[in-house]
Design a protein around this ligand. Sequence first.
Ligand SMILES: [Zn+2]
Ligand SMILES: [Zn+2]
Length: 321
Amino acid sequence: MARFRRKLANSAEQTSMQGLKTVIPFLIAATFFVWTSEARQQGPQRDGAGVRPGVLPKAWLLGGPKCIETPEFQVHEYNEDFYILRQSGCSNYEKPFLFLLFGRDRALLLDTGAGKTEIARVVNNVMKQWLTRNKRQSIQLVVAHTHAHGDHTGGDEQLKSLFGTILVAPNLNAVQSFFGLKNWPEEIAQYDLGDRILDVIPIPGHEATSIAIYDRQSGVLFTGDSLYPGRLYVRDQVQFIQSIQRLVDFTQNRLLTHILGNHIENTRTPYLDYPIGTIYQPDEHALELGRGELLELNEALHQMKGTLVRMALRDLTIWPM
Ligand SMILES: [Zn+2]
Ligand SMILES: [Zn+2]
């Protein structure tokens, strides 16, 4: 009986060995396939995945403590065709960020700052330097907005007076017709600066005309006041939830280097923000966020099941109005 059992066990072992022999080459092939396809998707790439690189500052100029020493705008060169302007807290406590992108045929200024400033002179200087560097006589300037709130449209009148400027008025009709967004807010439009295509994504909710802009060249997504390290004021909850989901879907299969919003209100301490109206923020959060924060925001919004409540996440706060 023992011998018989032994025989049975032996034949079972043989069968499983034979099975393994057939399975092993398949397993190796499958592992190799997964490894190579993952390596293609996730491995570091020597050309930076084809995205044009740029540099963000380690810290932004702080408004104060001595305002007399603080310029109205800090101009930061991310790369030769991409500038970030930050308004000083001494000039306006909102301290908004503005973005200036150059293509072959035109430049786009996104937002014009808070209140009355010297923005036209500052933008003109950057454009002059760009023209000299590129040995060009002129370039068309287009001024558009992430949304219509006053802390992002303060310099509109001044900039309109710069020679040859096209200003997209901060209202829904003008934004829709300029970018060709017929089916608002579902449709995503493209706008070409000349060898530099931008995707224009409607994201109403913080404000009715809110848009996000994705710059394919740098891989940066501009999100205005809808996503930044601070208090995300939500006026239309239904639209806001849909808009954040739209950004999640849009970024799913795209290279995303940075999400750049319009303000910094959080400190570097998780869950902690500066009080509204703070001018001097010596320990402020970095401006840039990544897709992780976008996903975290989206998840928190969905968990609230249609009725948003004020909630601090690590790097920002959901703030229904
Ligand atoms: Zn706003
Ligand atoms: Zn704002």
